[in-house]
Design a protein around this ligand. Structure first.
Ligand code: AMP
Length: 187
């Protein structure tokens, strides 16, 4: 059982690394970005609402995101295998709501993996990725939103003593290894 949050700026490689660890150790990978993009594609009410924010690089409102996570965490695979959260929490209210939900489920967080990548590298990577919300203006806004709303979570989890910081620049395999070590996994 693994109960981990992946934290870091957009383009840090959270998704890539979260999927790798999730597949290797058979742990549910929960990406709010993936869930929202699926809803946009299906044209659901949630998708229509989320798109307004995603297109601008803004955060979808906390209550909407917390509702999605509450439902997902209540499923049996999470109880049996834990979770890797990727892209959630992104604000202090989300982090506090997560703590409460996990306390109720009796599934406290093991670790928060903070993937650190400098701004210049982030912009380069996101421009190369070319996703719909990866235009230069939207990238710049996502970075600002990250700095203002998400970066405070680094201190939040550091104070709880569960933060591990990992440099997200370098070979993908090497970064995966460092993450595994930090989580006490044998590789
Ligand atoms: P991501 O794939 O994690 O980069 O997320 C893409 C977009 O989905 C973000 O720019 C936000 O608009 C939205 N989003 C994803 N996760 C969250 C979250 N935890 N809180 C608010 N908005 C989110």
């Amino acid at each position: 059982m693994l109960k981990v949050v992946f934290l870091g700026p957009p383009g840090a490689g959270k998704g890539t690394q979260a999927v790798r660890i999730a597949e290797k150790y058979n742990v549910p990978h929960i990406s709010t970005g993936d869930i929202l993009r699926a809803a946009v594609k299906e044209g659901t009410e949630l998708g229509k609402l989320a798109k307004e924010y995603m297109d601008k690089g803004e955060l979808v409102p906390d209550d909407v995101i917390i509702g999605i996570i509450r439902e997902r965490l209540s499923q049996s695979d999470v109880r049996e295998r834990g979770f890797i959260l990727d892209g959630f929490p992104r604000t202090l209210p989300q982090a506090e709501a997560l703590d409460k939900m996990l306390a109720e489920l009796g599934l406290p967080l093991d670790k928060v993996v903070y993937l650190n990548v400098d701004d210049e590298e982030i912009v380069k990577r996101l421009l190369a990725r070319g996703r719909a919300d990866d235009t230069e203006e939207v990238i710049r806004n996502r970075l600002e939103v990250y700095r203002k709303q998400t970066a405070p979570l680094i201190d939040y989890y550091s104070e709880k003593g569960i933060l591990v910081e990992i440099c997200g620049v370098g070979e993908i395999d090497e970064i995966t290894k460092k993450i595994e070590e930090s989580l006490g996994l044998n590789g």
